[in-house]
Design a protein. Structure first.
Length: 256
């Protein structure tokens, strides 16, 4: 009885646009179907991954491997670099004992696959290095890159405004959390001393004697010495008005 050879095909495209338009995908499908026709195989499933070549996070590839294993099928890809530009990842696939074949080298041995994977990984690193070097040279020449380049936002002003509107609250919340975490131990000390009846001036003097600084800013990266007004603001923000004493902000070092 003739055994029908079964293929589970795996295709990878780098962007969602390529996935929608078929750019790169059709060529991969054509190569896999040609291989299946050559060996009289049946393609029982196809998996499409939208991912960068350097990433090892390949949920669709793992699904394809599992499907092939459950159905005693062979995993097939159009080109080796569609598996990954990472030799470790390719070796992991091999260690799963799942039979697989590459259309661009269907007769390759395990050793050949290992060598090709290492070469693919090396080329990916080389491309990344060349890209970084080219961008650095362009930047040194004064070329504006990314969203800063002229014309980037032409016709997309609404998207830019939406992005800014969406990011500002997140940035504000992150800054507030950072300030709160930094001020928490200082506020705890102020609370104990205020409840013990110490004045803002006394608390200010104690903080400065301990070498405790205010939160760093661009103008003062190392922080500055505390003032009664700075202590008042911390109490007002984190402890409540019942510990403020006077309801108005202190105007001088002689205040309560």
């Amino acid at each position: 009885m003739n055994v029908i050879l079964k293929y589970v095909a795996y295709y990878r495209v780098s962007t969602k646009r390529q996935g929608r338009s078929g750019l790169g995908l059709e060529a991969q499908q054509k190569a896999v179907r040609a291989l299946a026709e050559k060996y009289g195989a049946t393609i029982i499933a196809e998996y499409i991954e939208v991912e960068t070549g350097k990433s090892a996070k390949r949920p669709k590839l793992l699904e394809a491997i599992q499907h092939a294993g459950l159905t005693n099928a062979t995993l097939v890809v159009a080109k080796l670099d569609r598996l990954a530009r990472n030799a470790w990842f390719t070796r992991t696939l091999k260690e799963s004992k799942q039979p697989f074949v590459c259309c661009d080298n269907p007769g390759a041995s395990d050793l050949t696959i290992d060598l090709l994977a290492v070469i693919a990984e090396h080329e990916a690193r080389a491309i990344a290095t060349r890209t970084r070097e080219a961008l650095a040279v362009a930047k040194d020449r004064g070329t504006l890159l990314g969203s800063a380049r002229p014309g980037h936002w032409d016709g997309r002003e609404d998207r830019r405004a939406f992005g800014q509107k969406k990011s500002q609250p997140l940035a504000s919340a992150a800054n507030a959390k950072k300030a709160s975490d930094r001020n928490e131990p200082i506020v705890a000390k102020i609370k104990c001393r205020r409840e013990a009846g110490e004045s803002l001036v006394a608390i200010t003097a104690w903080l400065n004697q301990q070498g405790i600084k205010t939160r760093p800013t661009k103008r003062c990266p190392e922080g500055s010495a505390f003032t009664p007004k700075a202590v008042w603001r911390l109490i007002d923000r984190y402890l409540g008005k019942e510990l403020l004493g006077n309801k108005s902000q202190p105007a001088c070092a002689a205040c309560n």
